[in-house]
Write a protein that binds this ligand. Structure first.
Ligand code: ACO
Length: 428
């Protein structure tokens, strides 16, 4: 293969170097395009063909259904690692030694106290406010409570900002849920593991001792690992592009949370459960909803199906489907929604419309069923996704800043009016 791509524009040939990634992915490097062509640009709505950066964090192959963090397969990590180890791996590039992990956890715990005044902000939101709006605002508010911006040239300053957000974010998540449920806003328990502490902070009742359930801890650990990074998706690209203006870490994360909220992205887990509920309420007729999903006149889409990158299967969905079965069986829950989900999946896998378009269940098709089994309210599902994605966003933000990437500023092709004379108001 030639190591150059040739582009001919108006009879003039231009050569561009090819960049080959570590998994032999080939990209045409068009950094010089506008310069050498006198201003010609490219257009690619939704960036379906555009690489925004080189990255050493996550590899995914949508055709083969491969997902790896820093070279380790998602299957191995979900089975053998815990969430904090995976967070460390994503952010610092290597699996931690026991000492590194213990220190990391101790530092996170040390920074996990949230300013009491944040409670006043939470209390000023209507109780029914969507938790994604609340958590995005609270993450942004952290900037005001921790005003010094991160000095990215200092490993220590970077490390401190990272442990701070990993410590405080679960508290904000728990408080967001507890406020909705009318429970007191408590702090965590220093003696617990990271994920155990999250569950206790979320569910501890003021009148009862909280009893840990190993099945729930393991299931949440797995869910958080599976959501921890997914290369340049909508929210991660948002974090990188906001951070590229040298906005601080917390502000960039807050923007990422807003991007995640949409039903075409992280909001799909809530949308899936609402869809499955609606099908159940409507008599469980999955065929009717399959027909709606295929009808181009009908805006309905089968939520939890399809993915921009996976065109074979989503490896995370495979793991989650098994976990959903295990968790519900362990908790002794028989959820008719799980049967509807499995029925829909079977129909879609054998339906020409879905097969032709390579639409398979994605990570969020089954995650909501597990969250529901755990007792997490449906509006909190996307917040749980954000909790899992946090280390990925941090890793991507850190990589972007350390690689000194330029400010993100796409081009456009203008299709509006040409120059017009201004008309005074009485002549319009
Ligand atoms: N139900 C029915 N039809 C679908 C679905 C679906 N869920 N997803 C895609 N299609 C169809 C489209 O109508 C389109 O059909 P056409 O070629 O006849 O016009 C074709 O499949 C391609 O779809 P696009 O929207 O062009 O694919 P894109 O890559 O832009 O979108 C997306 C991917 C947003 C995930 C889409 O599949 C979707 O909306 N899925 C439902 C929402 C969802 O589950 N989102 C979660 C994604 S995973 C995550 O963010 C963690």
């Amino acid at each position: 293969m030639s190591d150059k791509a040739t582009l001919e524009i108006k009879g003039q040939k231009h050569e561009f170097p090819l960049i080959v990634g570590s998994e032999d992915e080939v990209a045409i490097d068009i950094k010089t395009l506008r310069g050498v062509t006198g201003g010609v640009t490219t257009i690619d709505p939704g960036f379906k063909n555009t690489g925004s950066c080189e990255s050493g964090i996550t590899f995914l192959d949508g055709e083969k259904g491969i997902l790896r963090y820093r070279g380790y397969s998602i299957e191995d990590l979900a089975e053998k690692a815990d969430f904090l180890e995976v967070a460390y791996l994503l952010i610092f590039g290597e699996l931690p030694t026991k000492e590194q992990l213990d220190k990391f956890h101790a530092d996170i715990k040390e920074k996990s106290v949230v300013d009491e005044d944040i409670k006043k902000i939470i209390e000023s939101f209507p109780k029914a406010a969507h938790p994604m709006g609340v958590i995005s605002s609270l993450t942004s508010a952290l900037t005001s409570f921790n005003p010094s911006s991160v000095d990215v040239s200092s490993d220590e300053a970077m490390y401190n900002a990272i442990v701070k957000i990993l410590g405080k974010f679960p508290v904000l998540v728990a408080w967001t849920m507890r406020r909705r449920m009318g429970l007191p806003l408590d702090y965590g328990d220093d003696s617990l593991g990271y994920v155990e502490n999250i569950l206790k902070m979320m569910f501890k009742r003021p009148d009862k001792e909280y009893v840990q359930n190993r099945v729930l801890v393991d299931a949440l650990d797995k869910l958080l690992i599976l959501h921890a990074d997914h290369e340049q998706n909508c929210s991660t690209s948002t974090v990188r592009i906001v951070g590229s203006s040298h906005a601080g870490l917390f502000a960039s994360l807050s923007a990422g949370i807003s991007a995640l909220w949409g039903p075409l992205h992280g909001g799909a887990n809530q949308a899936v459960l609402e869809m499955l509920e609606a099908i159940k309420e409507d008599g469980g007729d999955t065929k009717k909803y399959m027909a709606k999903a295929k009808d181009k006149e009908d805006p309905f889409r089968l939520m939890g199906f399809g993915h921009r990158v996976y065109k074979n299967f989503d490896p995370r969905a495979k793991i989650i489907k098994v976990a959903a079965d295990e968790v519900l069986a362990d908790l002794g829950i028989e959820d008719p929604i799980l049967d509807i989900a499995k029925g829909l999946e079977q129909e879609a896998l054998n339906d020409e419309y879905f097969v032709k378009r390579k639409l398979y269940p994605n990570v969020d098709f089954y995650s909501g069923i597990i969250y529901r089994g755990m007792g997490i309210p449906v509006e909190m599902f996307t917040v749980m996704f954000a909790l899992g994605r946090l280390p990925g966003w941090i890793a991507q933000w850190k990589e972007m800043r350390l690689r000194k990437e330029p400010i993100g500023r796409p081009r456009q092709v203008y299709t509006g009016e040409n120059f017009r004379e201004f008309k005074s108001i009485n002549k319009r």
